[in-house]
Design a protein around this ligand. Sequence first.
Ligand SMILES: Cc1ncc(COP(=O)(O)O)c(C=O)c1O
Length: 380
Amino acid sequence: MDFQLIKNSISTSPAFVLDAEEIINNLEILNALRQQCGCKVLYSIKSLPFSPVLETAKPLVDGFSVSSLFEARLADEILAGQGGIHLTTPGIRPDEWDELAHLLTHISFNSITQHQRFAFATQTKTSIGLRVNPKLSFLKDDRFDPCRPNSKLGVDIDDLWQSSCLDQVKGLHIHNIFSATGFTPLIRTIEKLRGYFGKNLACLDWLNLGGGYLFNQIKDHSPFTGLVKKLKDNYKLEVYIEPGNAVVGRAGFLMSTVIDSFVSDGKTVAILDTSINHNPEVFEYQRQPELHEHDPKGRYPAILAGCTCLAGDVFGEYLFSKLPEIGDKVVFKNVGAYSLIKANRFNGYNLPDIYWHQDQRMKKLKQFTYQDYRRQWLAD
Ligand SMILES: Cc1ncc(COP(=O)(O)O)c(C=O)c1O
């Protein structure tokens, strides 16, 4: 990405920029996997359901994975029958089930009770599966770990093994990792699944391996392709993956302008015209986003802080070769996934405009206004 182009060609601030070439490149990496091992790829739209991303992904994937009725409706609108729609969620509402059953090609029920409640309630062509909790934790932080104690995500593998539920479904879904840059967790998870269910896996039609792997940051895909080939050969399974971050994470940038700067207890604090409103995971997980201007050898430290009233609305401390001044622009990198979709207008600050960068050109695709804020908060 040409950072000077972002700063010079965008006049409005803050701005969320999507790099189409990065998205296409990531999708092509996934497409190559499809060709190498025959896996099927779904884009997990929860990471960023912006329609130009969905339209860009559509020809290069086998469909979308969704978590709710609204996501399913959007997926249906964009795909228009040209791809599958797969859902798993703990949150199916009884009044939404009929419409969901009509929209979805595949569902992985999250619990045995959810399966019993809905699977037989409506005549449906949807292929029915279960999300299984393989009880293998690879994450130190419980907040990301679907296999944490007392997990709400998926049927406990022991309960599934003891029940007769496997006979009643066509597929299984697993998802137990976040931002992985190697396939060891997947290999160990599949080993465990095979240990429990062995030949019974051959009675299924499909296995969904979930998301969580940064395929675009992994050089050697052979452990993955080898695993998928084995699953296909041994059990004649259709194997799905549903990445989100691996498609859009590195394609997203947030440009912001310094609107104030002062010294607080001896440290320079630069206030930005963005905030953690636009990237709530910075606060939720206390994760400092990468900054283009950060210079590890820089002699000038400064805290970049958001513009809301929350004391902890802070992006972090960075090093600069020159202290940021009022009017300077800064760009956060690798913020395409789970940022804008979680963004809010706390304190009444507007959402960033959305720009699309393709063929050396920057195009504004979306602008939010006071009318959007007003529509949200005026009673009907
Ligand atoms: C069930 C499921 N599938 C897919 C994904 C996408 O994961 P990622 O964006 O890390 O690839 C998630 C993310 O939370 C998920 O919960």
